[in-house]
Design a protein. Structure first.
Length: 128
């Protein structure tokens, strides 16, 4: 059973990568419409930092919703169907929006998913 500190670290790393990737892709897409706009590395770094913070919170969230009082504590909030429901809800709410909030949402989903990946690699695994 991975500990909370490990979930925070893994979620932060996953969220930072997610935030940075989203930021870079957003800038690349914007450059298509404005070819004179230069790539801003500091924006990617800042978005990675914000994504890391959001990812850390999301990485710990399943154990906040279902506290690890025993090795068999994993229920609905530790399941792939719940993550799929989060992704579906985010898609319905934000669609093809290109706001910075979407980058934070992406970092959240990646951070949450990192928790499931970590727990899925333990002997107890995830609920079916």
């Amino acid at each position: 059973m991975p500990c909370r500190a490990r979930h925070l670290k893994i979620g932060a790393l996953a969220g930072a990568v997610g935030g940075g990737v989203y930021s870079a892709v957003r800038q690349y897409e914007a450059a298509k419409d404005h070819p004179t706009k230069e790539f801003d590395v500091s924006e990617v770094i800042w978005d990675s930092a914000k994504g890391g913070a959001v990812g850390a919170v999301a990485g710990a969230l399943p154990d906040v919703l279902e506290p690890p009082v025993s090795p068999n504590h994993r229920g609905f909030f530790h399941s792939v169907p719940f993550l799929a429901a989060l992704v579906f809800a985010a898609t319905l709410l934000f669609g093809r929006s290109k706001t910075a909030l979407l980058g934070l949402l992406f970092s959240f989903l990646v951070g949450y998913g990192s928790h499931l990946l970590a727990d899925g690699n333990t002997p107890q695994g995830l609920p079916s």
